[in-house]
Design a protein around this ligand. Structure first.
Ligand code: GLC
Length: 417
């Protein structure tokens, strides 16, 4: 790449992070997402780390201010009020010192802390401060979300998977009715972004039915027991498995006990093969209420590369998945009947999942494939800007503009030398 373009994009990316900084945390994008989101912040910290390591550590420390006493780290922390988003704190009625949502998101924090420490070894004491908090969150996952110690953790809401509108959830969402008592509500997302790029109202009613169910049960174990949606998400489980390993490395380095971590890792490794559909070689999430794998496979299965849990043949299945897409990696296979090039998580390409897949591929020696993924990520950003996600056929930028995690991925990975 021409160094002028590189410099210009680096500066633009840093500017986005600075403008989305609300003092200690970064909003995903102004308008559409005005609070602190869990996995966004962890990945955004990597972007900050390339030019302001102190600010990077602070991003994660601020997220953990919202951690619950039971260890859960919520998917949204509402540090200050903002009317532009639904459902806000008044709907969730959750959180402790700081209002928050009552559900979690993929636990990528420990992996990001490890990457931060690699970039900034002087942050060792900050990592030491985070270690017990990270452990408490992982322990919460491995107990409250896997009470029978199966090695697979449950997610209770599509929002917990971070891939809110993925076709993987269609089937499990169709299995329950919208609550007849659902409080009337007004969506805010479609006033910021074209509704063709957002979930349907039908899905939204179900999302809100789940929120009201969890609230009625006071969140915690009673919500797990009564949830009409219980899925072992291959993406969340892959992210947790790698994060457990990263936490183990951190614990070893800091001289903390490690046995508990080793047990979690062994259990998850043994269970991971349950995601595999032997005929296609693809990984599918599991419906834990009805048993069995869900019908739709999405790009989340390729996060097995990130988790070092890929079965033989996954690389080949991955290459097949890339066919027919002009820009990779599409979140849904292009010729699948569920593919929708514009609607989020149903086809578009995301810089963050591209990073996770590529880093995993690279770690396991598939550097050519990894480089293809990185190249396309770079091309998409240079051609369309720092969008939330991208059309895999035209490369058009979609969803929110000036998106923090896309800017961060540029700085840390896609645009880096
Ligand atoms: C959407 C995404 C989710 C992300 C959030 C903020 O809800 O599906 O993964 O955390 O936006 O960017």
């Amino acid at each position: 790449m021409q160094s002028e373009t590189q410099k210009q994009f680096d500066e633009a990316a840093r500017d986005i992070l600075r403008r989305n900084d609300r003092g200690g945390y970064t909003v995903p994008t102004a308008g559409l997402y005005p609070f602190q989101w869990n996995w966004d912040s962890c990945l955004v910290a990597l972007g900050w780390a390339t030019f302001d390591p102190d600010r990077a550590w602070l991003e994660i420390e601020t997220l953990f201010k919202g951690q619950w006493a039971n260890g859960m780290v919520p998917h949204i922390v509402f540090h200050q009020p903002d009317d532009g988003y639904f459902p806000g704190p008044d709907v969730w009625q959750a959180g402790e010192a700081i209002p928050s949502s009552g559900i979690t998101q993929p636990p990528i924090a420990a992996s990001c802390v490890r990457m931060l420490l690699d970039l900034d070894p002087s942050g060792l004491e900050r990592a030491r401060g985070l270690l017990p908090k990270l452990l408490a969150w992982h322990r919460w996952f491995h107990t409250e979300r896997d009470p029978d110690a199966t090695g697979l953790v449950t997610t209770l809401h599509p929002w917990e998977t971070g891939m809110d509108n993925s076709p993987a959830w269609d089937e499990a969402l169709a299995e329950f009715e919208v609550s007849p008592d659902l409080e009337p509500y007004a969506r805010r997302d479609t006033s910021h972004v074209d509704s063709a790029e957002r979930p349907s109202d039908r899905d939204y009613d179900r999302y809100m039915t789940l929120v009201e169910t969890f609230r009625a049960h006071g969140y915690g174990p009673a919500a797990v027991q009564h949830s009409p949606f219980k899925v072992a998400d291959v993406g969340t489980n892959a992210i947790l498995l790698r994060a457990d390993r990263d936490l183990l490395a951190l614990a070893e380095r800091l001289g903390a006990p490690t046995q508990e971590l080793r047990d979690w890792i062994a259990r998850s490794e043994a269970a991971f093969e349950l995601f595999l559909e032997p005929q296609s070689g693809l990984l599918h999430s599991i419906d834990q209420l009805r048993g069995g794998r869900l019908a739709a496979a999405t790009h989340a299965g390729f996060l097995a590369f990130w988790a070092n849990a890929a079965s033989d043949g996954l690389e080949q299945a991955f290459e097949g998945w890339l066919n027919d897409a002009d820009f990779i990696v599409p979140s849904m296979r292009v010729h699948d009947r569920k593919f929708d090039r514009k609607r989020y998580w149903r086809g578009p390409v995301w810089a963050i999942t591209n990073f996770l897949m590529a880093r995993g591929l690279e770690d396991h020696g598939a550097s050519e494939l990894a480089e293809r993924v990185r190249n396309d990520s770079r091309k998409l950003i240079v051609r369309s800007g720092f969008y939330e996600y991208f059309d895999p056929l035209s490369g058009q930028g979609l969803g929110g503009a000036e998106f923090s995690w896309t800017a961060a991925m540029w700085l840390y990975w896609a645009g880096a030398d």
